[in-house]
Design a protein around this ligand. Structure first.
Ligand SMILES: [Fe+2]
Length: 282
């Protein structure tokens, strides 16, 4: 049976707060969050909406809101690649440096980090989960001592540690140019089913071995796919701004669409324009 496309209404999901967020974390997080007696205080400043949770790969996408004063319970690394688009506010990440609204990162597995925020933070936080092509393991959290901050706990060899996409530690997306999709489509066949003349993109991270990538996509007003076609790749899109229509579904800011590679063909259109954060699998 083919997996159906899904729309997740971000605005219709209630924020999970406090220790309830801990209860909803992947299996590998339990018991790896630091001292038990500090959990309630730590997670009183962590709120999230889970937009995607794939038990098969442990891939997940959460909208995370950190209240001012939040600090991770301590340094840790993940066996999964971790990816983030900062939407509002910012964080200081020990071992790495600051990130602020508009920044993107792709952190390969193993890098030890700890985040805290003075101003508060809103961001789309993704655990890639098990992906052979992206050399990513399951979504786990493994506690490390402070002297390991900024180091890779899994791999001594730097080339292995940065993985096939590299470590995109801080990419300020507002400073990147919008690249016309027509310039990229010749080397990325899946794009050819799109209305490329009305689409421009910022490629945030890309695996040149598999073709998997994460990007920001700007759909110009009047965008309309030439026909309802299968992309042939899994596509996940989060609406950052504007509105987009996928088949019969209209999506607005905060909504997410998940189209497995073999889901029924659907055409995208955007009468008024939209910006999406998109993940396309290899
Ligand atoms: Fe993390």
């Amino acid at each position: 049976m083919t997996e159906a496309a899904r729309v997740v209404r971000g605005g219709g999901i209630a924020w999970t707060r406090g220790l309830d967020t801990v209860a909803g974390m992947p299996d590998g997080y339990g018991g790896n969050l630091g001292p038990e007696d500090r959990l309630a205080d730590t997670y009183s400043r962590w709120e999230q909406k889970t937009l995607l949770d794939d038990p098969g790969t442990t891939r997940r996408i959460d909208l995370v809101r950190l209240l001012p004063g939040f600090a991770d319970p301590g340094p840790a690394y993940h066996d999964s690649a971790e990816e983030c688009l900062v939407l509002e506010g910012g964080c200081d990440i020990d071992g790495e440096g600051p990130v602020e609204a508009g920044d993107y990162f792709w952190r390969p597995p193993g890098w030890v980090h700890a985040a805290r925020t003075r101003t508060g933070f809103l961001g789309l936080l993704c655990q890639e989960g098990v992906s052979e092509g992206d050399a990513s393991g399951p979504a786990t959290r493994r506690v490390r001592p402070a002297e390991d901050l900024g180091r890779n706990a899994l791999f001594d060899d730097l080339e292995t540690a940065v993985g096939p996409r590299g470590w995109i530690r801080r990419l300020p997306t507002p400073l990147m140019p919008w690249v016309p999709a027509v310039a990229l489509a010749p080397n990325r066949g899946w794009m050819r089913v799109l209305d490329c003349p009305r689409l421009s993109v910022k490629v945030l991270s890309e695996n040149r071995n598999t073709g998997a990538l994460s990007l920001l996509a700007r759909f110009e007003p009047g965008y309309r796919d030439p026909a309802a076609r299968r992309l042939g790749r899994r596509l996940i899109g989060y609406v950052v701004s504007g509105e987009i229509e996928a088949g019969n579904a209209a999506l607005g800011r905060g909504d997410l669409i998940h189209r497995p590679a073999e889901s029924a063909p659907a055409a995208l259109s955007s009468p008024a324009g939209a910006v999406l954060f998109m993940k396309v699998d290899g």
